[in-house]
Design a protein around this ligand. Structure first.
Ligand SMILES: Nc1ncnc2c1ncn2[C@@H]1O[C@H](COP(=O)(O)OP(=O)(O)O)[C@@H](O)[C@H]1O
Ligand SMILES: [Mg+2]
Length: 237
């Protein structure tokens, strides 16, 4: 990616993570979750530090979404211990597969949901970031389109842009590239890396797309049948 085309980030979220209060953000000890007869997670041990980029991999049904829901604080384990950062100290933006967009509003109106006077000095500053992000994600010419008329890829980009405009400390995304072609998926990956490098944003995303892993420079966490079977760098997968 051409860095001149990358987001320039005007506003800044002031949080405990940015000021370096907590390095070890997430810690899971022997976490297990069952849904009826299905063991979705089995004795998962894991810690994630502030500033890491994590790529959660595994086949469909391996437990990726369940693990992201635990990290987001949406579900509690049946057994084991979960330590996640306090919302007062650490802002987590999530993009799950339901996207939670307002269908009757335009793409731009959906992005304005991220506007927060505590992180942007004024609307002009937000609008600048909004336009820049829409441009690098390649949908600046469709900002006026109603979301109900957008295709799956555009909906996914709008949800991701809205999550990033909130300037989170942690970005959690479940299969964010599912509706994107490989060029767009790579571009998104580059944008997340830039946010990580420039803003210290911790990135945790899940994907079953093995092709993406090959070009990935962060840490892989690989699940198989609810068990964490590998954590380390991509070249060993
Ligand atoms: N709410 C739920 N109710 C029942 N079964 C579930 C629920 N959520 C997940 N599961 C099951 O748990 C297993 C792990 O699911 P999931 O975490 O969604 O895997 P992945 O995201 O890797 O595809 C699957 O067998 C899935 O069917
Ligand atoms: Mg899933």
């Amino acid at each position: 990616m051409n860095f001149q085309q990358s987001p320039s980030f005007s506003g800044q979220r002031v949080s405990g993570v940015q000021s370096g209060l907590s390095k070890n953000l997430f810690r899971l000890e022997d976490v297990s979750i069952r849904f009826g007869s299905i063991q979705a997670l089995s004795n998962v041990k894991l810690s994630i530090e502030s500033g890491e980029v994590i790529f959660l991999t595994g086949a469909s049904g391996a437990g990726k979404t369940t693990l992201l829901r635990v990290l987001s604080g949406d579900i509690k384990p049946d057994s084991g211990k979960v330590s996640i950062p306090s919302p007062k100290r650490c802002f987590i933006s999530k993009v799950f597969q339901d996207l939670r967009l307002e269908m009757n509003k335009t793409c731009e109106q959906n992005l304005w949901a991220a506007y927060d006077t505590s992180i942007y000095e004024n609307k002009k500053e937000f609008k600048k970031d909004l336009e820049e992000l829409a441009s690098v994600l390649g949908f600046d010419n469709r900002l006026d389109l109603k979301v109900k008329d957008a295709n799956g890829g555009l909906k996914q980009k709008v949800a991701i842009a809205r999550a990033l405009l909130a300037k989170p400390d942690v970005f959690i995304a479940d299969e964010p590239t599912a509706s994107l072609d490989s060029g767009n998926a790579r571009r998104l990956f580059e944008i997340l890396n830039i946010y990580n490098v420039r803003k210290g944003m911790t990135v945790i995303w899940a994907s079953h797309n093995k092709e993406l892993v090959k070009n990935f420079s962060g840490r892989i966490i690989h699940l198989d049948n609810g068990k964490l079977i590998y954590t380390g760098h991509a070249c060993f997968i």
